[in-house]
Design a protein around this ligand. Structure first.
Ligand SMILES: *[C@@H]1O[C@H](CO)[C@@H](O)[C@H](O)[C@H]1NC(C)=O
Ligand SMILES: *[C@@H]1O[C@H](CO)[C@@H](O)[C@H](O)[C@H]1NC(C)=O
Length: 269
């Protein structure tokens, strides 16, 4: 018990570091996520959807309400981007959420995860956040985690307008907890596991090669992602290949074959 408390206090101390926040430009509040469904593959009953800024899986409630969601992922190492697209060191976020897909701005939604920021050194900053839309996006930890760390995300709703989010790092015995309350009712009809590209100066950022980001131990109200729609990111070309399993969502970055081939060719000469 004491250890857990110490860990929570450590997390609270991390929260107090203002420098990380000062460095950041204010993120765009994407409470109503910018999912452009460009086209969909209707060859099965759960067609893959394509989005300019989302990759992952969205579960549309087969039960009355999806009041909780969890997922664990390993913070990826990130390779500097190829010379294509619009990219930024503040390229995106990895998160889980409830209500972000179906209800738009007609209801509240909640998400928790991390923002990842690349440094020119090759290091990354990993900044936990949550957003109980329409309330603002809020960082809830400092720059404490790095590539290879396992983070456990969870959300549970206590009422139609309140709930709790947690970000746990079991290896460090850190647990960051926040309670939230919204004005409008939360929309409990969808739950999602998402890798999201940021929007900067009105343009959607092209993520760098993140290898694979795999949500494990993923479920929402006891339902697994194999019942969900996969969403692939598509910007000029398809950037991800998403596969879903009974408890996993695997978002694999697709290499740019043209660029790879070009490089191989250049090296050969
Ligand atoms: C749709 O999905 C099927 C099965 O995965 C695949 O064979 C087909 O090529 C896809 N079609 C398009 C247009 O992506
Ligand atoms: C994720 O998918 C990629 C591509 O299919 C595969 O190589 C990798 O093993 C998968 N990882 C996990 C943990 O399922």
């Amino acid at each position: 018990m004491l250890r857990i408390l110490a860990a929570v206090l450590a997390a609270a101390a991390v929260l107090a570091r203002p420098a990380d926040q000062a460095r950041l430009r204010a993120p765009i509040a994407t409470g109503t996520p910018d999912t452009h469904v460009a086209h969909s593959n209707t060859s099965n009953d759960r067609p893959t959807r394509y989005s300019a800024n989302w990759a992952g899986a969205v579960l549309h409630s087969p039960v009355d309400e999806l009041r909780e969601i969890t997922g664990t992922f390993t913070v990826p190492a990130v390779r500097w981007p190829q010379d294509e697209g619009h990219w930024s060191s503040q390229w995106g976020k990895i998160w889980i959420g409830i209500g972000s897909d179906l209800c738009g701005d007609k209801g509240a939604n909640i998400r928790v995860g991390v923002e990842i920021i690349m440094q020119s050194s090759g290091e990354i900053d990993v900044l936990p956040f949550y957003q109980a839309y329409p309330n603002p996006f809020t960082f809830i930890g400092g720059n404490y985690f790095s590539s290879g760390d396992d983070l456990v995300l969870s959300i549970s709703l206590d009422s139609k307008t309140s709930g709790r989010v947690t970000v746990k790092a079991p290896a460090y015995r850190i647990e960051i907890r926040e309670s939230f309350a919204t004005g409008p009712w939360l929309c409990p009809h969808d739950a999602e596991w998402v890798v999201e590209a940021n929007i900067e100066d009105g343009e959607i950022v092209t993520p760098p090669d993140f290898g694979a980001i795999v949500f494990k131990d993923a479920h929402a109200a006891g339902v697994g992602p194999d019942a969900a729609h996969a969403i692939d990111m598509f910007q000029q070309r398809q950037l991800t290949e998403v596969s879903v399993g009974p408890s996993t969502v695997n978002v694999t970055y697709l290499p740019d074959f043209f660029t790879e081939r070009g490089r191989t060719g250049a090296r050969a000469q």
